[in-house]
Design a binder for this molecule. Structure first.
Ligand code: AMP
Length: 113
């Protein structure tokens, strides 16, 4: 997707603070962190959101969850963390490339919305 900011980060056209990369996934620090640890995990293949997944592509979410747990451990989030994906305008999604927020390093609000 030529106009997708996260595709541009994957392509190296926009700088990011990468914390993990393999052939399928990229993880980098959020530019506007909402917690002491705020990492975005994205698939290198463009999907607009969870809504764009199907039975063939959905296993990427399992890969993302396993990476989130690994990054949480590496970042010392031993007492807990939160994983969020926003979908669509009402869900607060501002970047239309599937991504999961990994948030931690502080006691997070019990409020979800
Ligand atoms: P969402 O609101 O769920 O779509 O999340 C998009 C996130 O991307 C926000 O938390 C932004 O701060 C973050 N973001 C936008 N542009 C960049 C960028 N160039 N590098 C890192 N994070 C970004």
């Amino acid at each position: 997707m030529s106009d997708c900011i996260f595709c541009k980060i994957i392509a190296g056209e926009i700088p990011s603070t990468k914390v993990y990369e393999d052939d399928k996934l990229l993880a980098f620090r959020d530019i506007n962190p909402q917690a002491p640890v705020h990492i975005l995990i994205i698939p290198k293949t463009h999907y607009d959101s969870v809504n764009a997944l199907d039975e063939k592509s959905a296993p990427i979410v399992a890969d993302i969850m396993l990476l989130a747990a690994k990054l949480a451990k590496e970042n010392g989030l031993d007492s807990g963390y939160r994983i969020i994906t926003n979908i669509g305008d009402d869900g607060g999604q501002t970047v239309k490339h599937l991504h999961f927020h990994l948030l931690g390093g502080v006691k997070l609000s019990e409020k979800m919305a």
